[in-house]
Every structure is written in structure tokens, then in C-alpha cells.
Design a protein around this ligand. Structure first.
Ligand code: CDP
Length: 794
């Protein structure tokens, strides 16, 4: 019998294979949207509103038309004549493509110029004269819900206030009853501030309509090419098979590249009108000011507690600020996404969540910024409430969590809000993190340091989150059910081409998907090429966001490979002249059970598929699989952070960060660690320095990287990573998603650590970012510091 293949050597599951895509990226050979130049291509620039709320009295484009090289100037009025001034959003609202009646946020798209080069287009935009009549501006929910607030969405019939929706989930009566039994009720008010995903590459499109073939090709910075094709078919009223969306290399998405943006739509319309390719590349300020925000939710949270630390019930009232249009890019049937995944890792009998969404004069928000649809806010609220509750009970932070975490033998676990979590070893993860940080020793050090006037603190955040939307029962986008797909084609030499409906934006799918094929078939990973992002070639899929690729597309890859293996078995039986039932499988090879030395490799079976197939068997060796997950996967993480706060300045330094992640079976441990480090970096940024907000006139503060800070390697602390592996019971090879866990669970660990350091002040909360002057204010004034600076709720 031949030696079974060594899975790690062929780059299968568990191999820390170097990322194959980096060969082109580090050589500057990636093809991003702005690298693409088509013959006869024109350039588009968008004129944006300088004010946050105003009636448009008039738009004079005459001077722009006079500039040589200008081919087209588009306004909302012109779009309205084609019924294209408004477009549907992914959340069943409408959004202005180019403003007609009013502008409703600073940076809103007002007009577009298409010209021979981008500089002419920019100059022509400046030559457009818009007469704005200013209107009162609303920048926070308190203003939006005031009796006399102007109605921002007066374009909508029957909209008489600024409420987008009201939504509730959980058992209100049972929760109220549980609160009556409580020994202690802990309350907390928080704001999760607006955040911008800020990918390195901005959004952009090149639309190329060919009148002769009637085919529209759109190169697009999109995380979900097939969904965009469906949306373009609806908006442009073109037949779907005549639309080809190509997502080339993407310089980071983080949720920013899921929605349909006005720039995409206008470039398509311009190409159809001019019959020339039209390129639109957003600039940094355009990206920061107008596209795809996340978060911006206020919480009033209450926890009913028994003296011994048992949580009896949780009540959450949240208000979400959606900006001027409700364009949340989320596919669940729940109005505020998966906010009610909060507290899923704790065994809590009952809970109730009430949420109200409001319109304000801000750019539309609600993208799942490295997050499964409001899960980041959910976990932040959860872990901040846990911290406050432990303090209110006078209990140790770790012990309070340990008492309430779901036990290993309690899976699948039904959460208080009705989710079913799949598997986990929560207490083990927490204990591993505490051991790694030296919890007991640190508590002693902290007491010693206090005697010398030094403020040390420790923060814990434990969480599970749902990753991998669908299932199709509960998730759809515009009615299209959530699933994903893979197509595997094995060539005559045993090399393979794999295409999926996902779309990598830096996560390394070209590397890891090949590893799944290696695991399932024994074809070395280097013999598998992975392609994504072209709707003419890839099978229909729902794209990549919310860490859904591994749970759904990755599962589809395994299922397609298994179909290939089933056919290869028939070919092997034919070659070995035995029946299929007499064959055994080991990695990369079928062999005869009674004579193990007689075998056929997967490569030999592939060759037979094209050259020596049995009678009645179709030639070829390929398969397509569509995978509708039975449930989401529920990874778990425990993050522990230690800090020192300088009492004289409020500056805080991170001492250590320990992360224990359980994302089930790891395909590529090195890539997983990269994902966790990236997520922790974003968590640190959010907690310490990053905010994008609005002044009272609705001017966006933070629309450049001097104000909106991205941490560099200089500021970013080191991270100590550990793992626990609990396979998902329903995923084909036990993997769970991981890409966003640290962004979701990380921020609370940093904030809890700072609040722990200043616990003696009695301060319960400082809203993010914990800038030194805000920490200093809390320390010296001994009060909570709430709201996103500089605009506060009051
Ligand atoms: O959907 P997205 O690709 O953003 O997130 P993900 O499914 O969590 O995967 C992020 C990267 O980590 C991909 O390259 C995955 O293949 C890899 N990964 C892994 O190697 N093992 C896991 N258990 C989960 C993800």
C-alpha cells in the first residue's frame, strides 16, 4: 500500500500556506479598478452638496457644458425624466441617485459631469451653480424625535416624522416579571459612535455599454457582484443575461463595498447614453463623507441580577441613526439586523429588545462594517453591560462571566432572543485567556500600583456571534435567498479551476479555497487556481461580507469537491475493474479494500474522465454545488486587555492584549491569525482614537485622514494569540467564520480595561473613542463622558 498523502505537505487543512495572491500584490501587479483603461473611456466626477439640509432652488449647468471636453452633465431633474432620480435600497427604502427637491446630507450627490479626462470633469463640476435654500439640520436622534422636528423624508408619502421603523423582539412580559424578582438592577447608557470602514481603495466603477451587442459590462468595486447584477437589471431595466459585473482586485471592503451607490448608477446611465465606457473613481473625502457608514446606535440597557451573580433577564432599548436614507446593507428579516444576537453566549432565561430607527441629516449608514449586521454594536453593549453589572454586584469580572456562560454540554443552545448556537467551549476559552494574561497576578500588581498612585486596569470581553448568513429561511436580499456556490472543474492533468460566488477583498480566498480542495480530493493546493468576481463565469452567489465566506462558500467548495470525488470513484472502479463498493478512499487515492496496493490516484481518475470513461458515464470531471447552511456558525472569543492610565493626562497605554479565538477548524492558521490581528487593530482604533462625527450644521468632522485616524504599526500594540478548536457540527469540515470576530469583540475589552483602571472614581462609562481629554475629564470631574465628540445627545 502506498503512503497516504501528507495533508500539510499538499497545502490542505491546517497548513499555514503563504498567500498566493500576494505574489501579484507585493509586486504591484494587482489589477484594481483604477488600473483598468478601456478604449475610448470617459471620466465622471460627482458634484456633492456642501450643506446638510437644503431645498434646491435651481441648478445652472450652462457654464459646465461650455468647457471643452465635457460630454455630458447630468442632474436629478434629467434622471427624473427617465424615472431614475431615486433608487431602491437594500432595506426597502428609496435613496436619491442625484438630488431633485432637496439635499439631505452633506456630500449628497447633486450632479455629475462626464468628460474626456478627470480634471476637466472636476473643473466642470466647479462651474455648476446650485442655489440652496438652507433648512434646519438634524444630527442626532434627540433632535430627530423632537415634536417640532422638520420631516427629513417628506418625499415619502405617509412619512410625517423622522422614525424609520420601530421593532421589538423577545418576551416583554416575561422579562418585566423577571425584573420584579431581581436583587440588583444594573443600568447603563451608551453610544456606539459612527464608524467608517475606510478601505485603502475607494469605491469606483467603469460602465461599458455596447449598443451593437446590447451588452453592459461593469467593472465594480463590489463585495457582491451577483447581487449588484440583479439590482442593475432592475434599475437599468436591462435583461440580466446582458449584464456582466466584474469585480477585479479590491483594496479592502469591510462592508463599505456592499451597497449600490449613486456613482455606480450614474456611470451606467452615462455609458448607455454616450455609448462609451465611463469611469468613476471616488476620492478619499467622497468615500469618507458619503459612502457606507456603520454603527451610530444609542443604548439604554438594564440587567436583572440575582445576588449570587446569575443574570435573570436583560432589557435593551436602542435608537439607531440611519442618516437620510435607510439603506442598511443587511439581508435578515429583522429591521435592525442581528442586534438581538447580544447575550447569545450567556445562559439568560428571558430578554427583550426594543429598537427605534431614525432619519437624520447624515449620509446613509448601516453597512456591516467588518461585522454581521449590527453584531458589533450588540457585542459591545453586551460586554459593557456585563462589566457594569459585575461592578454593581461587587463581583470579580471573570467569575461573573464564568457563572453565566453557556456550558459545553448545553449545545445546541437556544438563546433568550431565539437563536440556536451550534457549539463551543466558552469557559475553556475564558480560562485560557486569563491564564495567558496571568489574571490573579495582575490583580495583585494592580493593588500594589494603586498604592503608588498608578492606575492599572484589566478589561475582559467574551462573545459569540452568528456568522454565515443564510440560512435561506431567514435571510434574503431583495427576495433572493441567502446561500452560496462553488464550481470545480478538474482538468485532464488533475489540475483544477475553482470558481465561487464569494468575492475576496484581501481575505485570501485564492489561497484557502484551494486548501479545501486539497483536503477533500488530495489535489495539491498549488494545482488549484481560484477565480471569483465575474458574473459571466462564477456561479450565482451572494458575495462576501459578515464573515460568511467560509461558513457558506467554503462549505460549497467542499460539497462541489465531494461531488467530484463521487464521480472520480466511478472512474477509479472502472480503471481497477472492481465495483465502487469495493473501493476505499484515502487522501488523493482510491484503493481496493481487499488489495490496498491496487489503487488509482485522483489525477489518474481525472485523466480517465476525458480519455477512458466507462460506457454510459458522461465525460468530464466537474461539479457545481449550491450550499444553503442549516444554521449560522457561532465562533467564540475571549479578549483580555491590560492598560495603564496616566492620572495627570488621561493618556492610556496598552500593556498586553491576549486573544483566544475558537473559529472551529482552521483552514489556514496563518491567515486566521492575520484576520484576528487586523480585527484587534480596528478594535483598538475604535476604542482609542477614531471618530467621524458631525457639528450642529451637519458638517462631517473626520472626512480626511488627518481627523479620522487609522492606527499605524507605531501606535498599534502587540497581540498574543491563542486558540481553542470546537468544530461546527453542521459545517462540512467543522469550520466557523473568523474574519470579523476581533473587530466585534475587541472594543469592549479596551474600554473595560480603562474603566477598570479608573473604577474608584465611580465613572460607569466613557463613550468611544476614549481620547485622553475625555478620560481626563472623567477622572477629574468624576462623571460619565457620553456621546460622540463634539456633538452630544443633550
Ligand atoms: O467572509 P470572509 O472571507 O470575510 O471571512 P471568513 O469566512 O471568516 O474568512 C476569512 C479568511 O480566513 C478566509 O481566507 C478564510 O478561508 C480563512 N479562515 C480559515 O482559514 N479558517 C476558518 N475557520 C475561518 C476562516
Amino acid at each position: 500500500m502506498t503512503q497516504a498523502l501528507d495533508e500539510l505537505k499538499i497545502g490542505g487543512l491546517g497548513a499555514s500556506r503563504k498567500r498566493v495572491e500576494d505574489n501579484r500584490f507585493i509586486r504591484g501587479k494587482g489589477t484594481y479598478i483604477d488600473d483598468i483603461v478601456l478604449p475610448g473611456m470617459l471620466h465622471m466626477e460627482i458634484l456633492r452638496s456642501p450643506v446638510a439640509h437644503a431645498r434646491i432652488r435651481s441648478i445652472d449647468t450652462s457654464k459646465a457644458w461650455e468647457i471643452p471636453g465635457v460630454r455630458l452633465v447630468l442632474t436629478g431633474e434629467m434622471l427624473a425624466s427617465r424615472n431614475l432620480a431615486w433608487m431602491p435600497t437594500l432595506s426597502y427604502d428609496t435613496q436619491a441617485v442625484l438630488a431633485t427637491d432637496k439635499v439631505r446630507f452633506q456630500g449628497q450627490e447633486v450632479a455629475a459631469v462626464i468628460a474626456d479626462d478627470p480634471y476637466i470633469a472636476k473643473d466642470a463640476c466647479e462651474a455648476i451653480v446650485v442655489d440652496y435654500e438652507p433648512l434646519p439640520v438634524i444630527v442626532n436622534p434627540t433632535q430627530a424625535l423632537a415634536e417640532d422636528a422638520p420631516v427629513i423624508r417628506d418625499d415619502k408619502e405617509n412619512q410625517h416624522d423622522n422614525v424609520v421603523f420601530e421593532w421589538q423582539v423577545g418576551d416583554k412580559e416575561a422579562t418585566d416579571r423577571a425584573f420584579e424578582q431581581a436583587d440588583v438592577i444594573s443600568t447603563l447608557d451608551l453610544h456606539y459612535p459612527r464608524s467608517h470602514p475606510s478601505p485603502i481603495e475607494c469605491c469606483g466603477s467603469i460602465a461599458d455599454f455596447n449598443r451593437a451587442t446590447q451588452k453592459l459590462t461593469v467593472y465594480l468595486t463590489t463585495q457582491a457582484p451577483h447581487i449588484i447584477r440583479a439590482a442593475v437589471a432592475l434599475v437599468a431595466e436591462l435583461p440580466e443575461h446582458m449584464i456582466r459585473i466584474i469585480a477585479p482586485d479590491i483594496g479592502g471592503g469591510f462592508g463599505n463595498k456592499v451597497p449600490v451607490y449613486p456613482g455606480y448608477v450614474v456611470s451606467i446611465l452615462a455609458s448607455i447614453l454616450l455609448e462609451r465606457p465611463v469611469k468613476w473613481i471616488e476620492d478619499k473625502t467622497g468615500n469618507l463623507i458619503s459612502t457606507g457608514f456603520g454603527r451610530d446606535i444609542y443604548l439604554h440597557g438594564e440587567m436583572a441580577l440575582r445576588k449570587d451573580g446569575k443574570i435573570l433577564a436583560v432589557r435593551m432599548h436602542t435608537t439607531s441613526d440611519h442618516g437620510a436614507f435607510y439603506s442598511d446593507a443587511q439581508p435578515s428579516k429583522f429591521r435592525i439586523g442581528l442586534l438581538h444576537s447580544a447575550f447569545s453566549c450567556y445562559d439568560i432565561p428571558v430578554a427583550y429588545l426594543h429598537n427605534r430607527g431614525v432619519y437624520t441629516n447624515k449620509a446613509p449608514g448601516g453597512v456591516a462594517y467588518r461585522c454581521s449586521f449590527r453584531v458589533t454594536e450588540a457585542m459591545y453593549f453586551q460586554e459593557r453591560m456585563m462589566h457594569a453589572a459585575a461592578n454593581d454586584l461587587g463581583m470579580d469580572q471573570a467569575e461573573f462571566r464564568r457563572i453565566n456562560l453557556v456550558r459545553d454540554d448545553d449545545f445546541p443552545h437556544r438563546t433568550a432572543f431565539g437563536f440556536l448556537t451550534d457549539s463551543g467551549q466558552y469557559v475553556k476559552c475564558l480560562d485560557k485567556a486569563l491564564e495567558a494574561i496571568g489574571y490573579e497576578d495582575f490583580l495583585k500588581q494592580k493593588e500594589e500600583a494603586k498604592k503608588q498612585g498608578r492606575l492599572l486596569g484589566i478589561g475582559i470581553s467574551t462573545m459569540t456571534e452568528p456568522l454565515g448568513a443564510g440560512n435561506s429561511r431567514e435571510f434574503d436580499i431583495l427576495g433572493i435567498k441567502m446561500f452560496d456556490s462553488a464550481e470545480l472543474r478538474v482538468h485532464i492533468t488533475g489540475r483544477a479551476l475553482l470558481r465561487t460566488g464569494a468575492k475576496t477583498q484581501g481575505q485570501g480566498h485564492e489561497t484557502t479555497w484551494a486548501q479545501i480542495v486539497a483536503h477533500e480530493l488530495g489535489i495539491p493546493a498549488e494545482d488549484v487556481v481560484v477565480e471569483e468576481g465575474d458574473t459571466d463565469t462564477a456561479p450565482f452567489g451572494m458575495g462576501t461580507y459578515a464573515s460568511r465566506s467560509t461558513p457558506v462558500a467554503g462549505a460549497a467548495v467542499a460539497m462541489a469537491a465531494r461531488k467530484v470525488r463521487a464521480k472520480a470513484r466511478k472512474l477509479a472502479a472502472h480503471l481497477l475493474e472492481v465495483s465502487e463498493e469495493d473501493l476505499e478512499w484515502e487522501l488523493g487515492r482510491f484503493y481496493v479494500r481487499s488489495a490496498p496496493e491496487r489503487g488509482v490516484s485522483i489525477q489518474e481518475a481525472a485523466a480517465a474522465a476525458y480519455s477512458n470513461m466507462p460506457d454510459g458515464l458522461e465525460p468530464g470531471l466537474e461539479a457545481v454545488a449550491y450550499y444553503d447552511p442549516p444554521n449560522m456558525t457561532w465562533p467564540f472569543a475571549a479578549y483580555v486587555v491590560t492598560v495603564e492610565v496616566d492620572p495627570k493626562t488621561g493618556v492610556w497605554d496598552v500593556l498586553r492584549v491576549v486573544a483566544v479565538d475558537d473559529c472551529g477548524v482552521r483552514i489556514n492558521p496563518m491567515i486566521v491569525e492575520g484576520q484576528i490581528m487586523g480585527g484587534l487593530t480596528e478594535a483598538f482604533a475604535k476604542a482609542s482614537m477614531q471618530y467621524i462625527t458631525f457639528d450642529a450644521e451637519g458638517n462631517c468632522i473626520g472626512s480626511n485622514y488627518m481627523d479620522y485616524l487609522l492606527p499605524t504599526a507605531w501606535e498599534t500594540p502587540g497581540f498574543e494569540l491563542h486558540e481553542v478548536v470546537t468544530p461546527s457540527p453542521h459545517h462540512p469540515f467543522g469550520a466557523k467564520g473568523v474574519g470579523e470576530c476581533a473587530t466585534v469583540g475587541g472594543p469592549a475589552a479596551f474600554v473595560n480595561a480603562v474603566l477598570d483602571a479608573i473604577k474608584d472614581t465611580g465613572v460607569r462609562n466613557i463613550d468611544m473613542p476614549l481620547l485622553p481629554h475625555r478620560v481626563y475629564e472623567a477622572l477629574t470631574e468624576r462623571h460619565d463622558v457620553s456621546g460622540a465628540p463634539p456633538v452630544r445627545m443633550d
